[in-house]
Design a protein around this ligand. Structure first.
Ligand code: ZN
Length: 373
């Protein structure tokens, strides 16, 4: 956000936008404070005229680190549906979205102060005929670096590739790319200041993706102990989308008639999911919360994703941090509600660290300094 936009918000003050006050424990440290919002920013300097708008546990704006605005099961959706998707996320307290691939141009969302902050990855890049129809640029490995360069230019610092999918002749998941194409693609993205993430369900695609210098893995159900250690050493993040992993049996059954080996493979990945993702967490891989909303799942499930993460072994604090302060820092924003930071936060009536189900009931939502819920 530039300074001109901030002074625009400030000028609203003369038309009646007064300072706000919220009171309560401010997470992650939990110190009880009076937090004021002045001209869209957090301050702890007392403003006597401020209106008290909430009391409760104050959490830095939630983050959905893997969702898709502008996408549904059949492909791109029009702007009115994109708006509903973004509003559903916002009303669940998700005030920062990392979009993990969309065939629609959703840049307009960034011009709306009442919609969540949006970090886009451009359009998915997949191997020819090896992803969901209408979603991706479908290309061959030799074209991967050029497409990564293109999507790095269109997105907001992230590029999304599909690392594995059903390969029809093998009848099972198989890596989408060659090691050489991945090496060139990662170099291309990093030269342009973009990070790369990959959809990966199975085991076989992971070694080349991680060795080529990828920045993040989505899903990650095929990880092994060795690869997890590599991820820690290289600082590769993991967004497991644990709500989405519950759908693996459904995907297995949908493919069983034509691809029985794939169906068995998906069921095996599903059975091991808690063990595999839990081992990554134990080893110290940085895990972030993403719902994968927009393809199969609806938007607005960030609270459920956080709760589900605790069934994989994450503590309540680590699961909430994965969808709040830690995720915000990872994505380049202020992690905590320090003096002078943009006022994006959610207030809850109870301590979410004692009962994460309260995440489903935000008491107040403040985005860019304005009460939006
Ligand atoms: Zn996704």
């Amino acid at each position: 956000m530039g300074h001109s936009q901030l002074s625009d918000i400030g000028s609203v003050g003369s038309r009646g936008m007064s300072a706000l006050r919220v009171r309560g424990p401010v997470l992650p440290d939990g110190e009880t404070r009076d937090l004021y919002v002045v001209e869209g920013r957090v301050t702890y300097d007392r403003v006597s005229s401020a209106e008290l708008v909430a009391e409760g546990w104050i959490v830095p704006g939630l983050v959905d680190a893997h969702c898709h605005v502008g996408l549904d099961a059949d492909g791109a959706v029009p702007p009115d549906v994109q708006e509903q998707q973004a509003l559903a996320d916002r009303d669940a307290g998700a005030l920062l979205l990392r979009d993990c691939g969309s065939p629609a141009d959703t840049r307009w969302v960034q011009d709306r102060d009442d919609l969540p902050r949006l970090i886009r990855a451009g359009r998915h890049i997949a191997r020819t005929r090896r992803y969901i129809r209408n979603y991706a640029h479908e290309i061959e490995p030799e074209d991967l670096p050029a497409y990564v360069a293109q999507e790095a230019g269109r997105g907001d610092g992230w590029v999304k590739i599909v690392g594995d999918w059903i390969e029809r002749e093998a009848g099972d998941l198989a890596p989408s790319w060659t090691r050489a194409s991945l090496d060139a693609a990662m170099r291309t993205a990093h030269e342009r200041g973009a990070r790369v993430t990959a959809h990966v369900f199975g085991e076989a695609a992971l070694p080349d993706l991680i060795a080529s210098g990828i920045d993040c893995i989505e899903h990650g159900t095929g990880l092994s102990a060795d690869l997890v250690d590599d991820m820690v050493a290289r600082g590769v993040a993991l967004v497991p989308t644990v709500r989405q992993l519950d759908n693996f049996p459904q995907y297995a059954e949908a493919g069983r008639r034509r691809f029985p080996a794939y169906a068995e493979h998906m069921l095996a990945l599903h059975r091991r999911r808690r063990e595999v993702i839990g081992a990554a967490y134990e080893a110290g891989v940085a895990i972030y919360a993403g719902t994968d909303a927009g393809g199969v799942l609806p938007h607005g499930l960030i609270g459920e994703e956080v709760r589900e993460l605790t069934t994989y072994g994450l503590s309540a604090r680590d699961a909430l941090g994965a969808a709040s302060w830690r995720a915000r820092s990872w994505l380049g924003l202020d992690g905590t509600l320090a003096e002078g930071t943009p006022a994006d936060f959610v207030v809850f009536d109870e301590d979410p660290l004692l009962d994460l189900s309260v995440l489903g009931r935000p008491a107040r939502i403040v985005l860019r300094g304005a009460v939006v819920g």
